[in-house]
Design a protein around this ligand. Structure first.
Ligand SMILES: [Zn+2]
Length: 362
């Protein structure tokens, strides 16, 4: 036993001597941490320009844990990142890679959030965040978080309500023309139908609405539909409420016209009037409507019948979101009725609406 104690004492002595004369091993950088670490002086530099830190001899800094709950959202060419605060962090490093490139240090921030407005449209970005702290003048990089990806598209972050006009069932009962009006009007109708094709307006608007939804989503928008099936008896107040509940930035109502004159044809844009709608709704609707109207005339080459402000429509007067209503053509006109039933023409209408919408939001 005594012999063993002697041996242990000798071993301890050897180890103590070794540690005094051998240089300390540099602390390993965290496996997911950047190669560089002197954050305070390189916040705008590429990681390749950074020099590894030399921890104090004999000390091994412990890297902070990776930030949790990294969340990303995109709106109007700005990517917003948020994450959970890391205890003990002096600040955070934000790492970004564009497309298939490597990560580079984008920014160093003090609080657990960042708005990146240095992004370009139609580009995909991937982010990671790491927390760091300073110890005796040195920066100790932490582990990197999970990656999140943001696709920047023209309509990213916008909610659009697409309202396919009418339904195959008549909305029952009468409703108030506007919240502050005592006048009672029909809450909704079944719409018109093609004089030559026999197709209902409700069926046509749904066909276009579905194409429009897909096309808007391709541009990054979140789309909410007032109806996705033919069976519908929503009145126009209920349609407004769907848009309001979804927090729609714009409501696009799709309709088609009819006239006793079979020669009448072309596209018109209908917009809320100021009688019952707020100044903001009237202004925003007018701006969106003008852009969409011009754009649709360009893609369809249809006759433009003008833009009209309406104070007699329930779907405008109850709307709490900017709203436009496009009359896509006359179902009572032989040429237009047939044309409206072709996928090619519907796509032209959709393209025009999407281009106008992108222009309104940009
Ligand atoms: Zn209609």
């Amino acid at each position: 036993m005594k012999k063993l104690l002697h041996r242990l004492t000798a071993l301890t002595l050897v180890l103590a001597l070794l540690s005094a004369f051998l240089p300390a091993f540099p602390a390993c950088a965290a496996e997911t941490a950047p190669s560089g670490s002197d954050v305070s002086s390189v916040s705008d530099q590429e990681p390749s320009d950074q020099k590894p830190s030399d921890p104090e001899p004999g000390k091994k800094p412990v890297p902070l844990n990776a930030p949790q709950k990294l969340a990303v959202s995109v709106k109007q060419e700005t990517v917003t990142l948020t994450w959970a605060k890391v205890s003990g962090a002096t600040g955070y490093q934000i790492w970004r890679k564009t497309g298939k490139q490597d990560y580079s240090l984008l920014k160093t921030v003090k609080t657990p959030n960042y708005k990146d407005d240095s992004v370009k449209n139609k580009q995909t970005y991937t982010y990671q965040v790491s927390a760091y702290y300073t110890s005796e003048g040195k920066t100790v990089p932490g582990k990197r978080s999970n990656a999140v990806t943001a696709e920047v598209l023209p309509l990213s972050g916008f909610v659009i309500c697409v309202d396919a006009g009418h339904g195959n069932k008549k909305a029952l009962g009468k409703v108030k023309l506007a919240p502050k009006s005592s006048k009672k009007v029909c809450g909704g109708t079944v719409g018109t139908q093609g004089s030559y094709t026999g197709v209902s307006e409700a069926a046509l608007t749904l066909q276009v609405a579905k194409k429009l939804k897909t096309a808007l989503e391709e541009q990054g928008a979140t789309v909410v539909m007032t109806r996705t099936g033919s069976s519908c008896k929503l009145n126009n107040i209920q349609r407004c409420k769907i848009a309001t509940k979804a927090g729609a930035d714009l409501t696009i109502r799709l309709h088609a016209d009819s006239s006793t004159s079979h020669s009448a044809h072309g596209i018109s844009m209908q917009l809320p009037a100021s009688t019952y709608c707020s100044g903001s709704i009237v202004k925003k609707s007018g701006s969106a409507g003008k852009k969409i109207y011009k754009s649709v005339l360009k893609t369809t080459k249809a006759k433009g019948r003008g833009m009209v402000k309406r104070r007699d429509l329930v779907g405008f007067n109850w709307s709490k979101t900017p709203t436009v209503l496009i009359e896509m053509g006359f179902m009572s006109n032989k040429r237009e009725d047939k044309k409206l039933q072709t996928s090619a023409y519907q796509k032209k209408i959709v393209k025009g609406i999407v281009n106008g919408t992108v222009s309104y939001f940009s």
